[in-house]
Design a protein around this ligand. Structure first.
Ligand SMILES: Nc1ncnc2c1ncn2[C@@H]1O[C@H](COP(=O)(O)OP(=O)(O)OP(=O)(O)O)[C@@H](O)[C@H]1O
Length: 287
C-alpha cells in the first residue's frame, strides 16, 4: 500500500490504510469504479492538490468526497454553487450583535474560512454553476500560496496544513459554463464514471441485502442495456445513473419492478422518445 497515504493517515488517526481491506467498499461507502482511482485521489489529497471530480449525475462524486472525509477523519464543509453564489456565501458576512447592552459588528465565518482555519475539507459542488467572476477570489487559496486576504475584514488567512479542497462538476449540463482555464488549471482532475460489473453488484448487495438474486441479475442486465444505448447516443448518460438504479431497488421492495424502473429511471428523463426506449428495453427482461 502506498506509504505516502499511510504516513498521512497515521498523522490524522490510528488505523493503517490497507488493514482490513477485504471489501471493495471504502470507509464512507465509496466503491472505486476503476482500480487505483481511490488511491490516486488520496495521493492528490495528501500532496495538498485541489481535487476536481468530473462525472455525470449520480456517479458518486459526493459519496467519494464523504468517504475521503471519513478516511482522514476530517470534517467537510459543503458549498453548493449557483449563479447566486457570492463572496459572502463563500467567505462569510458581517452582522450586528448586541451583548450586555452594547452593539458590536461581528464577522460570521463562511465555509471557506472555517475549512482553511480548522484544516477541514471544503467540498465545492457543481463549481461550474457559479458565475465565472465569483471564483477568482479562491485562486490564492487553490494554488501554492494556500492563503486568502479576507476582503471583508482584511485578515490574512494561511490554510491549516490539512486543509483540502474537493470540487465536483457535471460537464456540459444546462446552466453550467465551462470552468475558466485559470481556475481549472489549479486542480488535478479525475473522471468519475458510473459503477459497472462486480463493483455495481457489490453496492447493490450492500444496500439491498434482501434483494433476490433474480432481481439483481435482471436489473444488472437492464443497466448494461441502458449503458449500450448511452454509448450509441440514443439515451442520455443519466439513464445509467447509479442513484437511479438504487432508487429502483428501493421502490421494487414495494411495487412491481417495471413500475419501479418507470418512476426511478424513465420519468427522470425529459425526452419522450428516450422514456419509450427505456421501457421497451425493460420489457425484454421483465415479463
Ligand atoms: N462509486 C460509488 N460508490 C458508492 N456509492 C455510489 C457510487 N456511485 C454512486 N453511488 C450511490 O449513488 C447515489 C448518488 O451518489 P452521489 O450523490 O455521490 O452522486 P453525485 O455524483 O454527487 O451526483 P450529483 O452530480 O447529481 O450531485 C448515492 O446513494 C451513492 O451512494
Amino acid at each position: 500500500m502506498n506509504s505516502i497515504i499511510n504516513n498521512e493517515q497515521q498523522q490524522r488517526q490510528t488505523r493503517r490504510y490497507g488493514e482490513n481491506e477485504t471489501s471493495l467498499i471504502q470507509e464512507g461507502g465509496y466503491i472505486s469504479p476503476i482500480p487505483d482511482l481511490w488511491e490516486d485521489i488520496l495521493i492528490g489529497v495528501v500532496l495538498k492538490k485541489p481535487i476536481l471530480l468530473k462525472g455525470p449525475s449520480g456517479s458518486g462524486k459526493t459519496k467519494l468526497a464523504q468517504s475521503i472525509s471519513e478516511f482522514f477523519h476530517q470534517p467537510m464543509h459543503s458549498v453548493n454553487c449557483s449563479v447566486d453564489l457570492d463572496a459572502e456565501s463563500l467567505l462569510g458576512f458581517k452582522t450586528i450583535i448586541t451583548k450586555d447592552g452594547q452593539t458590536f459588528i461581528e464577522f460570521v465565518e463562511g465555509p471557506v474560512v472555517q475549512a482553511m482555519k480548522k484544516g477541514h475539507i471544503l467540498y465545492i459542488d457543481e463549481i461550474n454553476m457559479a458565475k465565472p467572476e465569483t471564483l477568482p477570489i479562491l485562486h490564492s487559496v487553490l494554488d501554492h500560496r494556500r492563503m486568502l486576504t479576507n476582503p471583508f475584514t482584511g485578515e490574512v488567512i494561511h490554510a491549516h496544513k490539512h486543509f483540502t479542497v474537493i470540487a465536483a462538476i457535471n460537464e456540459g449540463y444546462v446552466g453550467t459554463s465551462p470552468m475558466n482555464e485559470a481556475l481549472k488549471n489549479r486542480f488535478v482532475s479525475f473522471a468519475i464514471p458510473y459503477l459497472a460489473g462486480v463493483q455495481l453488484r457489490e453496492i447493490i448487495q450492500n444496500q439491498f441485502p434482501e434483494a433476490s438474486p433474480t432481481l439483481v441479475d435482471t436489473m444488472m442486465n437492464i443497466n448494461e442495456d441502458l449503458k449500450k444505448q448511452v454509448v450509441n447516443g440514443l439515451l442520455s448518460e443519466e439513464a445509467a445513473s447509479v442513484r437511479s438504479l438504487l432508487d429502483c431497488f428501493a421502490l421494487a421492495e414495494h411495487i412491481p419492478v417495471r413500475r419501479a424502473i418507470q418512476y426511478a429511471i424513465a420519468e427522470k428523463l425529459d425526452d419522450k422518445m428516450e422514456q419509450k426506449l427505456i421501457m421497451e428495453l425493460v420489457d425484454t427482461w421483465v415479463k
